[in-house]
Design a binder for this molecule. Structure first.
Ligand SMILES: NC(=O)c1ccc[n+]([C@@H]2O[C@H](COP(=O)([O-])OP(=O)(O)OC[C@H]3O[C@@H](n4cnc5c(N)ncnc54)[C@H](OP(=O)(O)O)[C@@H]3O)[C@@H](O)[C@H]2O)c1
Length: 292
């Protein structure tokens, strides 16, 4: 059974993945920031569940913006278990709104969490995974790590950056026994939308006319979808991550494909999309979003 580190387990995909992997008998280090303050209830909740159901879940404090917190958590896991087998880079946030309304500090924060967070975590664990000659890095990016939507400039940029990093690791780690795979979810209910940062420089948006309401339209559209009877089940993503984990090492390959003159791209290892929709469905939704 594997030793698993997951980032951002206070809610959503991270929390469900922690439960799902632990139910399969894996030992899960569920990390979250502010474990003893703002996220105390989330930490207590997952520990209570673990006790009731006999799951091997430990909660550790980890803000992915804080390198020393990451090193501390990784050190604690290694002291307890002497190894780490699987790392799920899941923590993230999603800024929604017209690009010009976000300040430089807001853009930097988005990149810091969604892109530099996984970089910090990988730098902390990779020496150990390479020494073990085994390990699995699972990167939770997004369908918007591949498609660009208006209103998502910095979220898309952070996910494109995370994908680029994960894909390059996939190539560079060949022969080390360590795999780097990408999971690109479509939209699923979680705290991502309600916690979404909005543009702070609202004066900038006045000149955009009706388009300034894009964030409100986006939030309303997805809030309605997530509270409708056809709302997708976020467990699909956690179940997909479990399926990836269950595959034998070396079989979670990406297929390298060449489309026209575009650069080579690997396919994500897993692309969960509500109702079985395909990346082609998403390309169509993308076109309709862009033709306002
Ligand atoms: N839900 C979707 O539709 C969807 C689609 C595609 C991709 N994703 C990706 O899936 C991942 C999980 O998102 P989710 O949908 O499950 O949303 P969520 O419920 O909001 O979960 C996000 C998690 O990230 C944590 N986090 C944020 N900043 C952090 C930091 N600095 N350090 C450590 N943890 C931090 C949050 O913790 P706090 O509670 O402390 O803020 C929370 O636990 C994200 O990377 C997201 O981009 C989600």
């Amino acid at each position: 059974m594997a030793i698993v580190l997951i980032t951002g387990t206070s809610s959503g995909i991270g929390r469900l993945t922690a439960e799902t992997l632990a139910r399969e008998g894996h030992t899960v280090y569920a990390t979250m920031r502010d474990r003893n303050s703002r996220n105390r209830d989330a930490a207590d909740g997952i520990l209570r569940l673990a006790k009731e159901q006999g799951l091997a879940i430990r909660v550790l404090d980890m803000d992915v913006k804080d390198e020393s917190a990451i090193q501390g958590a990784v050190g604690e896991i290694l002291r307890e278990t002497s190894r780490i087998d699987i790392v799920v880079n899941n923590a993230g946030l999603m800024s929604i709104g017209l690009a010009e309304g976000f300040t430089e500090a807001q853009a930097a924060h988005q990149m810091d969490v969604n892109f530099l967070g996984p970089v910090r975590v990988c730098r902390a664990v990779l020496p150990h995974l390479r020494a073990q000659r085994a390990g699995l890095l699972i990167h939770v990016t997004s369908i918007v790590g591949r498609l660009l939507f208006p209103g998502c400039a910095f979220y898309c940029a952070s996910k494109f950056a995370h994908e680029a990093y994960a894909e390059v690791l996939h190539y560079e780690l060949k022969g080390t026994g360590v795999e780097s795979v990408i999971v690109e979810p479509g939209p699923y209910p979680s705290r991502l939308l309600p916690n979404s940062p909005a543009p702070e420089d609202v004066e900038r948006l006045a000149g955009y006319g009706d388009l300034a309401a894009l964030r409100d339209r986006f939030v309303r559209h997805f809030s309605d979808f997530f509270s409708s009877p056809s709302a997708p089940d976020t467990r699909e993503v956690a179940d997909g991550i479990l399926r990836l984990v269950q595959l034998p090492p070396g079989t979670r390959h990406f297929t390298v494909c060449r489309r026209g003159f575009r650069r080579k791209r690997i396919k994500p290892a897993y692309c969960p999309a509500p109702g079985g929709s395909t990346p082609r469905t998403w390309a169509r939704i993308h076109d309709s979003f862009c033709s306002y």
